[in-house]
Write a protein that binds this ligand. Structure first.
Ligand SMILES: C[S@@+](CC[C@H](N)C(=O)[O-])C[C@H]1O[C@@H](n2cnc3c(N)ncnc32)[C@H](O)[C@@H]1O
Length: 266
């Protein structure tokens, strides 16, 4: 197994070839148990049990290849999140569960908005670490203009904006913004932004900004990042952009081809 490669095979096979505890960050976006046959992959299962068996055996292997300081993000939605949470608790230990991140995918239109009941509008990303010692680089949302105007009302002799805090000055340019929580409202999804430049049309493709946030928070330069259900290669593209090493895997040859093309463009 070489790094900075995309493999076309069943991820279970690739995982069996990977040494234990060498990966810093794993993000996966597997089939969600939607019952839909997408053009590029099938998400129809005989039963929830069959789906969970498929996932458990793979997540166990991912846990094995993750470094003791590593992090694991499992992207899913309400179709199987409650079952997957129990599976991950068993594998990682409940004490290593850190967050269920709510990603607001934006207001959907068309038939999805016609459902009886609340319109479904979010995905869930389960975030685990392998131990108590893990990389986390806090991420911030820059303050909006209104907040800056209201809070940073003073200007010093060099023109720098500041606010008064405990008798001292707190400068705007030394403040990164509001620490990000576990509800993400600021990242569009391709369900609502199909004309975005980065969209290559892969079903359920994720936006780079989502992966950017995860990768910047849970890895450092030169770290090794893996996505074992890489689809169009979004995770790998962002990893490369931010000077991380990567391993990608997808069973679908079109996905692997797409990932390779996208990686070459960087
Ligand atoms: C939801 S898509 C991933 C989309 C991706 N995050 C993106 O941004 O394009 C899930 C992917 O898992 C792949 N897949 C399903 N079963 C697999 C397996 N056993 N091994 C490797 N890949 C698999 C499918 O081919 C599909 O491309």
């Amino acid at each position: 197994m070489n790094i900075n490669q995309v493999y076309q095979k069943d991820n279970l096979e690739l995982l069996s070839e990977i040494k234990s505890e060498i990966i810093d960050l794993i993000y996966i976006d597997p089939p969600f148990y939607t019952g839909v046959d997408y053009s590029e992959f099938n998400d129809k299962w005989d039963s929830m049990n069959a789906y969970l068996q498929f996932m458990e055996i793979r997540i166990r292997e991912m846990h094995r290849v993750l470094k003791k300081t590593g992090s694991f993000y499992l992207h899913c939605d309400r179709n199987a999140v409650f079952e997957l949470k129990l599976t991950c608790d068993r594998i990682f230990g409940k004490e290593n569960f850190k967050n269920d991140i709510i990603w607001n995918v934006g207001s959907v239109s068309g038939f999805k908005s016609q459902v009886k009941g609340w319109v479904r509008q979010h995905d869930i990303i389960l975030y685990y670490t392998k131990s108590d010692h893990y990389t986390f680089n806090k991420q911030y949302l820059p303050y909006n203009e209104k907040y800056v105007k209201k809070m940073f009302r003073y200007r010093d002799e060099n023109g720098r904006l500041y606010r008064k805090r405990r008798g001292g000055k707190q400068y705007l340019d030394e403040n990164p913004g509001t620490p990000l929580g576990d509800v993400w409202n600021d990242i569009f999804s391709f369900q609502t932004a199909t004309r975005a430049k980065e969209y290559v049309g892969y079903p359920t493709q994720k936006p780079q900004k989502l992966l950017e946030r995860i990768i910047l928070a849970s890895s450092n330069e030169k770290d090794l990042i893996a996505d074992f259900f890489c689809g169009s290669g979004t995770t790998l593209v962002v990893a490369k952009k931010f000077n991380r090493n990567f391993i990608g895997c997808d069973v679908n040859p079109n996905a692997v081809e797409l990932s390779r093309v996208r990686l070459k463009e960087i």
